[in-house]
Every structure is written in C-alpha cells, then in structure tokens.
Design a protein around this ligand. Sequence first.
Ligand code: NAG
Ligand code: NAG
Ligand code: NAG
Ligand code: NAG
Ligand code: NAG
Length: 324
Amino acid sequence: MLCFSITALIIIFTVPVITFEPVWIGNAFSMESFQTIVDNEVLMESCGIQQESKIKNFPWAVSFTVDGVNRLGGSIISPYHIITAAHGFITTIGSRGNLCENKNWKKPNSSIYRSIKFLRDTRKVAYGGTCIRGHTDKYPNDPRCKKSDVIHNKVRAVLVDGEFASSNCLKGHDWAIVEVEKRIHFSENVRPICLPRPNMYYTKSLAVPGWGRSYIFNESGPLIHEIPMRIDRDCKRPWSDRLPADADDFICATSMNVSNYSAPRTCHGDSGGGLEYRDDNYGRAFLIAITSFGTRGCPSNMLARFTRVDMYLNLICNYTGVCY
Ligand SMILES: *[C@@H]1O[C@H](CO)[C@@H](O)[C@H](O)[C@H]1NC(C)=O
Ligand SMILES: *[C@@H]1O[C@H](CO)[C@@H](O)[C@H](O)[C@H]1NC(C)=O
Ligand SMILES: *[C@@H]1O[C@H](CO)[C@@H](O)[C@H](O)[C@H]1NC(C)=O
Ligand SMILES: *[C@@H]1O[C@H](CO)[C@@H](O)[C@H](O)[C@H]1NC(C)=O
Ligand SMILES: *[C@@H]1O[C@H](CO)[C@@H](O)[C@H](O)[C@H]1NC(C)=O
C-alpha cells in the first residue's frame, strides 16, 4: 500500500511543468480589450482555410523583413497577433545561427532583448501575398516575382517567453507573440491559422511555408515556398550536431529524404514560421509548432527543432484572447 502511493506520487511529479516568465518589448498588451475584440467564433469558422485554388497557399504566413529581405517567419492567429520564435528578439544569438553564444546570461534583462524602437524602425511585418520584394541588384531575384504583393504592418509590442533566454536557449521555450500596430483585416489572402487542440493528432508529413534560405550559402529569395518536413519522433541528430534535442516542448523533423542533398529543408529565415498540419477532411491548417533551430549550416541530414504550440494554449488564450 505504501509502495503504491509512493509510486503514484512520483508519477505525478514527473509530469513536465511548463513555467513561463513573460518579457514585454514595447507596451504591455491590452489584454482586456482583446478579450472583447477577438471574436473566437469568427476565428474558429475562418481559421486555416485557404482560398479556392489548385495552388496551395498560406494566407497566415508572415515575413518580418529588412529592406525586402526576409529575416523571420510567423503565423497570423488573430486580427492583432502573430505567433513566432523568441530568438528573433534576442540580440546575442550568434550571427551564424548558433544559439546563445553568451554563456554568461543571468536573468533576462531588457538589454538582451531588441528594443521596440529598433524593431519599429527596422522591421516590416509583411503578409497577404507571396512576393516580399521586386527585382533588385543586391539580392537574388525570382522571375515570378517582379513586384511585391504584400501588405505591410508594424510591430507594436512583443511578448517573449523569457524562459528561453534564462535557460540559455537549451530548454525550449522558443516562442513569442507579436502584437501589430494596425488591425489585420481578413480576406481571401489574409487569414489566421488554427491553433491546435492539446495533443492533437497529426500526420508524419507536415509543411513549413516561408521565405527562408534554400541553403546556407544563399541569401533568401523574394517568393514564399513550402518546405515539406517529416516528423522524427526519436529526435536523432547527426553526429556533428551538439545542440539540445530533448526539451519538453520540442518536436523534431527532418527533410523528406535526408540522403538527398537538394531536398528542401528549413534554414535561416524560416525561424518563427509555422509547422502546419492540414486536416484530411476539410483541408484546414493547424499550427502544430514553431520553427526554432536546426543543425548548424542546415546540411541535408539536419535535424530541425520546433516549439510545440499546444503546450502554450492557455498562455496564448490569456494574452491574446484567442481561446477556442
Ligand atoms: C541589466 O539590468 C540591470 C538593472 O536594470 C542593469 O544595471 C544592467 O546594466 C543590465 N545589464 C546589461 C548587460 O546591460
Ligand atoms: C538561391 O536563391 C535564389 C532565390 O531564392 C534561387 O532562385 C536560386 O535557385 C538559389 N540558388 C541555389 C543554388 O539554390
Ligand atoms: C533519397 O535520396 C537519395 C540520394 O539522392 C536517393 O538515392 C534515394 O533514392 C532517395 N530516396 C527516396 C525514398 O526517394
Ligand atoms: C532530391 O530532391 C530534389 C528536390 O526536391 C528532387 O527534385 C530530386 O528529384 C530528389 N532526388 C532524388 C534522387 O530523390
Ligand atoms: C490565465 O489567467 C487566469 C486568470 O487571470 C489565471 O488564473 C491563469 O493562471 C492564467 N493561466 C496561465 C497559463 O497563465
């Protein structure tokens, strides 16, 4: 009897407890107003549906751009909110994409986060189209993309999961909510993606839409592309990869064929983009996870890590009013 109760106790205590340390960049969210502005019935009706088209499209995909060049991805979830990765708002992430170069981080303090002024002055929030810039001399062009067709908005505030930085980027928590300046108006080309249900079923083959680099030595192009990815439940990294692969909120995935050198895979710039599942019955897209990081240099056998969204549904509900 005693043995039994001790076992029960241990089981209860080993269930992962997700902690959360909110860090605001910019003015704190006006949470009460979102509870009334965000109409969850409308969101549930319209989320994750693509317009009638043979070509798969991604009306929730967001690019944070600098001079028309993609820097970070994201997904629209409400008329005011985008879900993305926390590491896009941290100043000491290595320039070559290495995590947490500064091993001496203590408690997160505003200086390790980008300032709202910097974000407002340098970042454009682009969505509602496929092409983020027209032809330029400086960056790679795409023949299908002569003129940009996106809508621009600005960052008003960011809520970052502070545990990402305070645990030296080693324990997951790589997610953030961006609040935009102007209301996002939904249309054929602009829609929110559906949040997942807790522990929702999804297939092994998922996709990340985004404007990231096709491979490490190429600057990213102006046109959105879809990267099919395969879930790797064992989370097996190549020998050269020493980055963490076992946080409670990780989902791992690889390209569809790790031995094919040219198989599409997530790379720089895809961070923050959604790993989405399209429901078989209705073709609705669900935001299963957020692109976090992968094996350095995005080799063809790389292991990509994503932040599970279902673990943060209560927090997303509390801070954005998106609760369905
Ligand atoms: C962190 O914050 C403290 C107190 O606000 C400040 O004194 C310190 O300079 C900051 N750290 C850095 C590296 O700026
Ligand atoms: C480099 O990026 C451009 C723009 O996306 C693309 O058209 C080109 O094919 C890429 N080059 C290689 C070698 O992948
Ligand atoms: C994966 O790629 C390798 C190398 O390009 C190729 O030989 C192999 O047939 C591919 N496997 C599948 C299942 O397509
Ligand atoms: C490797 O991937 C590329 C890009 O998806 C594809 O075009 C090619 O057919 C693949 N090669 C093999 C051998 O599977
Ligand atoms: C959400 O807000 C409610 C009420 O303020 C609070 O009791 C609850 O702990 C919050 N949940 C999370 C996950 O922060």
